[in-house]
Design a protein around this ligand. Sequence first.
Ligand code: PLP
Length: 378
Amino acid sequence: MKATGKKRLALPAKLLFSLITTCALTTASYAQHEVDSEEAEAEPIKINGNENAFGSSQMAYAMIMQNLQRINRYAWEETQDLVAAIAAREGVPTDHIIVTAGSGPVLSMTGMWKGLEGGNMIIATPGYQQLARTFEAFGGTVVNVPVTPAPELKHDLDAMEAMINDETQILYICNPNNPTGTIVDPDKLREVASRASEKTLVFIDEAYLELADDFTKNTMVDLVRDGKDVIIARTFSKVYGIAGLRIGYGVAKPEIIKELRKFYQGGPNILGAVAATASLQDPSWYEQSRMMYIETRKMVTDAFDAMGIEYAEPSGSFVFFKTGMPIQQFQAAMEAENILVGRPFPPMFDWCRVSIGTQDEMAAFIEAVKKILDKDAA
Ligand code: PLP
């Protein structure tokens, strides 16, 4: 990776070392939950935005520090380095990759492109709305297909496929789904997506897939490799933990990437690009982040089991559970405990999406749930 080259070490070595050390200490203390107590009292526990509470890769921090004095430059070379690293990860040529400011723009660009052509798109409800909203704003019609009944809450792939008609422009599958957190059977998805891609563009949003049990079995990127009309969207905002640097990407065949580029609104920033490339080269952070998510998620579902609270089987960075009370009321009660949980997700107004925070944060959350839902005996 060129960005590690000596020519980029613009900061004096001593200063650089002290910045990296400060940064490393800061993250280590987050990981150990040694949060300053006064600060912890003042700051609400933010488990409403599916952010990574465990921090980010040390290698990403180091690259950010090395490139701090290069923010006067455009990120052309760094973006090329990132595209090459992503293409290698996905097993596709570089012309199959489009890098954006978070994966959100891949969803929006697709919505603009297809929305302008009219017709309809199919999405599960409740589901992640960014693509659907853009598609509708640009002239398309959204067809909502309910997820399967609770507590399963999965995409109903048969019902979604059955809704495809001559006017259908996009079949959108969010896997794991946001907000339900559920994943679909990979063989079934591969079968439905392959068939559907003969008739319409299939968009598979894999923002949380790294947190599922088996990434390799569940990713549908092989459909792109097979030349199908499929877009896979992925992000550095979740397991990699650099949401604030805004890096995501789409994987699709070059003809599709070319269409998306017509709606491109600018590439990544230089610090995000080098941090993302470094994150891809730090498998130990990836594993650490994954394990912390999975362990803490289990701590939450174990507590829900003990309390007899219904939830959908989670495969992402959050858990969707039944509060049995209006979500606004539950949110307000949580806020009174200094805890912020997810917004309403129509039409499931007595369910709540809680993001996975640190173990201390989730222990506080569990205590608050006991109090609010009157589960003290559990
Ligand atoms: N897709 C899904 C399912 C999401 O939940 C999110 C954000 O939470 C995104 C895409 C967009 O995230 P970002 O733009 O940070 O990559």
